[in-house]
Design a protein around this ligand. Structure first.
Ligand code: GDP
Ligand code: MG
Length: 209
């Protein structure tokens, strides 16, 4: 993915929400992606940032909602709004990892059919990798959680690793793009199989006449 401010015509818009408990680095991850900088303190400001990125050669307007932790009705609104989710925890904070597990379930049940057109694209992110001496959540635990839920997984340090943060958002945007394309395809899933089987039988009947 190229990350540059561009003036090409807009062809796609993607909404991403960054979730997780307080102080896991949601703002640090977002600001790192948008400015390449780690500024240390971010306050409690809730923001939706809009930025233009190139994803696989196509310009994409990305709205990133850096949101505080909540299980209020606003949660439902965020889930409906989002095409993709970054669920962040700190590798030094087990409670934040447990919260991501809860969020995953809440998002899946709020979206309804897990394999439907609106199946969420999620990346689970263990942040603060630079603090590995204070680690309380193993990499394997994060990876297994993501595998079980059919999500992407990264461990990164917003403080020290811009490219890791870039990889998180790149894979999420690619996943959202692929999900949107496959949702547009007319014959997918069971309906598609039924149609293909009917087509084969129809052909056989015609052949035998
Ligand atoms: P938020 O509440 O989830 O938005 O968390 P913030 O982005 O405000 O970060 C909370 C604190 O963690 C701040 O003091 C950040 O400087 C710090 N922080 C965020 N990411 C990292 C990281 O990757 N490594 C380290 N060491 N500190 C981080
Ligand atoms: Mg914040």
């Amino acid at each position: 993915m190229e990350l540059r401010g561009l003036t090409y015509p807009v062809s796609m818009e993607t909404n991403i929400v960054v979730m997780g408990t307080e102080s896991v680095g949601k703002s640090a991850l977002t600001v790192r992606l948008l400015t390449r900088r780690f500024i240390g303190e971010y306050g409690d400001i809730e923001s939706i940032y809009t930025h233009r990125f190139m994803v696989d050669g196509r310009e994409t307007v990305v709205n990133i909602w850096d949101s505080p932790y909540s299980e209020t009705p606003l949660f439902e609104r965020k889930v409906r709004w989002a095409d993709g989710f970054v669920l962040a925890y700190s590798i030094c904070d087990r409670a934040s990892f447990t919260a991501v597990t809860r969020l995953l379930h809440a998002i899946k049940s709020s979206r309804g059919c897990p394999h439907g057109d609106r199946a969420p694209v999620v990346v689970v992110v263990g942040n603060k990798r630079d603090l590995h001496h204070r680690r309380t959540v193993l990499s394997e635990e994060g990876r297994l959680l993501a595998l079980d839920a059919g999500c992407l997984f990264y461990e990164v340090s917003a403080a020290e690793d811009y490219h890791g943060v870039l990889a998180v958002f790149h894979s999420l945007l690619t996943g959202v793009k692929d999900a949107k394309l496959s949702a547009k395809r007319p014959c997918t899933g069971l309906k598609g199989i039924v149609k293909s089987v009917s087509a084969v039988f129809a052909r056989r009947r015609t052949d035998s006449i």
